[in-house]
Design a protein around this ligand. Structure first.
Ligand code: MGD
Ligand code: MGD
Ligand code: MO
Length: 776
């Protein structure tokens, strides 16, 4: 039986009791490595992960201290490396064997499992097969379609967050030279709210901490994040913090294993003695979307204690020197805090006043606090306001711009932050456009372009004709799947620049191209020799990444070379000689140095071991806001967490969050297990509180349909999901992304961020006629 078939058959659900990491992680790394078809080569690659002169892990955006010398990869980084560095090939013979219709019937897991894309392919409508095409012909075809557009805004240039700085910079320059700011990206579905809110509050859309701050923090709050799966290298600093007596406080409706206990799989003594240690000191379990209320409750306690201190002459709770020197808006904010009733805070957060008091006390006692957050905070309607509230709390105690303190949005894709820095932004700052115009002597469009949701809408109405994806899986990562698929089908041309086969290659425009690219692990050989690319991690550290493995096909091209090829065909040598640039990427970096702030002497500074720190103006107490100060933002709590479009449909049975299993990287599924949640061999499951199962008159193991509630007459339904009884607060359910994306209404987006509300989907549950599963 093939490894694939084996994975697909054994379904089981049994609580996991061990620590995160540990033998399970080691076993999984070993299995991923031995099970890979390139074992020896990949071991060499693994040892070069996140090393000086090696490559940046294609997994998450977590960073390391530039001084460390140890081998640094984690279980899921190892999986990501092995997944990319496979020998299996999706080549012309593969596409001759399967029609697009046949491929469409396969699961997402099967599609990516087939291996690396090895040569450019063109969709042939008559035969419903992909057929080979030369690179030159592919570029000519794209140029012809682009030149036939009535306006450059009929093009969408999507980016996923693995693209290197060099590729992203060229892509941005190409789009703007052509005349559009339509740069939807994965960030629109991810940390957009963080960028928007932080920009408004402190004048920079990035975090203010570095790796080393974690060693100096007295308290670390981790909100809406599951690092055991998604940022495993973060568990070590968390555990170390607990061991030296710092407080680690988690807010998460689910008891995530990695946030409970951790055993380091790369420390032999710890493994042999079976020692593991806690990664938290307090764990609170709010309702979905309840964090803003909980944070507001904390502010209420701080304000009460501050008033008591003033009255009694005690030690102040607020950092008045910091507040006076650096902030504005305190009075309006405190009025908003006073005006928020406890009843509303408790109802929305699902936490009791005493619990919030404990969290506030921890925050008050620490002189240096970091607040981390991820998708549990950013994928809600009121995410921007919630992140404002995070900053409000930090400002009250001067927790920005001192060692061991600050705001830490933990980024997802390994270079999603760098792509924004390079100008992948549908709302580019005027300073970037000015710099491009000056440097290249061109005029670029000033009007804002489309974000991801706007791009889907524009393709749905036919306003957009051509879609190009620089990585990613637009068809599956986006909300409201049937509508997104229709949007892609409406195009006259869809182009996917990818490493592996996915559904976005099968949901095509009238014409479609697959352009196979090198990944992070591959050696990138250009006329000027082997090339390095650069990336920026979540701590704004920029470093080089050198591929280590010989590409499995000579027909693959690097992302910069592909972007340059498209640009050269569409624009000729305007405004740069694109093909000359990609002979040696240091030439691209010269252009970056000339146009992007913080990159002066880029090529020289790259030689530093561990790369260089871009710096954070806010961390230096320079506030690039309109007032020149950091602003307290006085939002009210949402009046209802349920939007009007849901309330008009009646009371939902459950609120559903859509999250990641331990065996996936976004839409790339490495397997069908979710070890820490006890799930084996299945993904179409829904985690529900046992009391809810009883209340709804259902039984554990039963198959159900989930129907999403939204007032637009469209039925959004997924079928045959297995009900798993799970320790989650009543009414708050969870299921995997991307299987549940059909339930997320396109119109349900964050205020000010436009991010799909993937962590808050109101659903009705219906018994399905499908046979129940016996749960082990
Ligand atoms: N191995 C692996 N690594 C990854 C990824 C991957 O898929 N696989 N994806 C990468 C990407 S692009 C990203 S953005 C990150 C994602 O990293 P995470 O944000 O950790 O990803 P999710 O699985 O979406 O987990 C969200 C967590 O928030 C909790 N949560 C949900 N709603 C709420 C809420 O309202 N309040 C609170 N307090 N908690 C809530 C959930 O229970 C869950 O623990 O990881 C990156 N790293
Ligand atoms: N319901 C729901 N939806 C979500 C989320 C959620 O939590 N819930 N999370 C959202 C988030 S945080 C994100 S970031 C998005 C992710 O959205 P995307 O970034 O669009 O999706 P991925 O699944 O990461 O893309 C995987 C594909 O990228 C290609 N690829 C991999 N490596 C490379 C490379 O080096 N170069 C190129 N060119 N291609 C490569 C492969 O072909 C692979 O199939 O999804 C979002 N969608
Ligand atoms: Mo993400």
């Amino acid at each position: 039986m093939s490894r694939f078939a084996r994975f697909a058959t054994q379904a089981r659900f049994q609580p996991y009791t061990g620590a995160a990491g540990g033998w399970g992680a080691l076993r999984s790394v070993t299995q991923a490595w031995l099970g890979s078809d390139n074992a020896l080569k990949n071991l060499r690659a693994l040892l070069k992960t996140n090393q000086h002169g090696g490559f940046d892990c294609p997994g998450c955006a977590w960073g390391d201290s530039p001084d460390k010398h140890m081998v640094s990869f984690c279980e899921n980084g190892a999986k990501a490396v092995n997944w990319e560095a496979t020998k299996r090939r999706v080549d012309a013979a593969f596409f001759a064997r399967y029609s697009v219709r046949q491929l469409s019937e396969q699961s997402d897991y099967w599609l990516e499992y087939q291996g690396r894309l090895t040569e450019p392919m063109r969709y042939d409508e008559a035969s419903d097969h992909y057929v080979p095409i030369s690179w030159d012909d592919a570029f000519t075809l794209i140029a012809r379609e682009l030149n036939a557009l009535a306006h450059p805004d009929q093009l969408e240039l999507y980016t996923s967050g693995r693209a290197s700085n060099e590729a992203a910079f060229l892509y941005g320059l190409f789009g703007r030279a052509l005349g559009t700011n339509n740069f939807p990206d994965c960030s629109n579905m991810c940390h957009e709210a963080s960028g928007v809110a932080l920009n408004q509050s402190i004048g920079v859309g990035k975090g203010t901490v570095t790796f080393d701050d974690f060693e100096h923090a007295e308290a670390i709050f981790v909100l809406g994040q599951n690092p055991g799966t998604n940022h495993p290298r973060m568990l070590e600093p968390l555990r170390e913090a607990v061991q030296r007596g710092a407080q680690v406080v988690c807010f998460n409706p689910l008891k995530e294993r990695g946030l409970e206990r951790f055993q380091h799989p790369q420390k032999p003594l710890e493994m042999l003695s079976n020692g593991d240690a806690p990664t938290h000191s307090a764990y609170f379990r709010p309702k979905l979307g309840g964090d803003m209320a909980a944070l507001r409750g904390m502010a209420k306690f701080l304000l009460q204690w501050e008033r008591e201190a003033q009255r009694d002459g005690g030690e102040p709770v607020f950092d008045h020197a910091f507040i006076d020197a650096h902030t504005d808006g305190l009075d309006a904010y405190l009025a908003a805090v006073d005006a928020t009733p406890w009843a509303q805070i408790e109802a929305q957060s699902g936490l009791a006043q005493e619990e919030i008091e404990r969290a506030s006390l921890t925050y008050r006692r620490a002189d240096r606090t970091i607040i981390c957050w991820a998708m549990g905070i950013t994928q809600h309607r009121h995410s921007v306001a919630t992140i404002h509230e995070i900053v409000n709390l930090l400002l009250l105690r001067g927790n920005i711009g001192k060692p061991g303190a600050g705001a830490c949005p933990v980024r997802g894709h390994s270079n999603v932050q760098g792509d924004r820095t390079m100008g992948i932004n549908e709302r580019p700052p005027a300073s970037l456009l000015d710099a491009l115009e000056r440097r290249f002597d061109i005029r670029v469009p000033r009007a804002h372009g489309h974000n991801t949701v706007e791009a889907i809408n524009a393709m749905l109405t036919g306003a957009v004709r051509v879609f190009i994806g620089l990585g990613g899986n637009f068809a599956q990562a986006t909300p409201d799947t049937p509508r997104t698929h229709q949007a892609l089908r409406n195009c006259s041309l869809t182009v996917q620049i990818s490493t592996k086969l996915n559904r976005s290659h099968l949901v095509t425009g009238r014409q479609a191209l697959i352009l196979p690219c090198l990944g992070r692990t591959d050696i990138d050989l250009q006329a000027g020799g082997p090339q390095a690319v650069t990336v920026e991690d979540t701590f704004s550290m920029v470093h080089a990444s050198h591929g280590q493995l010989r590409p499995i096909s000579p027909l693959m091209r690097s992302e910069p070379a592909i972007v340059a090829g498209i640009a050269q065909a569409a624009l000729g040598s305007h405004p740069v000689d694109w093909s000359w640039l990609v002979q040696d990427y240091s030439r691209i970096r010269e252009l970056i140095a000339d146009t992007i702030p913080g990159f002066a002497n880029f090529n020289a500074r790259l030689q530093q071991r561990g790369g260089f720190y871009l710096g954070s103006a806010a961390a230096r107490h320079k506030w690039n806001t309109a007032s020149g100060r950091a602003g307290f933002r006085p939002n009210s709590l949402p009046e209802h967490l349920l939007p009007a479009e849901v309330r008009s449909q009646g009371e939902p049975d459950l609120i559903l969050q859509t999250l990641r299993s331990h065996d996936q990287y976004n839409t790339s599924l490495y397997g069908l297990d979710d070890r820490y949640r006890g799930v084996k061999g299945m993904r179409e499951v829904v985690f529900v509180n046992p009391e809810d199962i009883r209340r709804l008159g259902l039984e554990a193991g039963q198959k159900v349909d989930l129907v999403s509630l939204w007032d637009d007459g469209i039925e959004r339904r997924v079928r045959g999901f297995t009900l798993l009884p799970y320790d989650t607060p009543p009414g708050q359910a969870a299921a995997y992304y991307p299987e549940t994306n059909p339930l997320v209404p396109l119109a349900s987006v964050g205020d000010g961020s436009h991010t799909p509300t993937s962590k808050f989907v109101a659903v009705r549950v219906e018994a399905s006629t499908m046979e129940a599963r016996r749960l082990a």
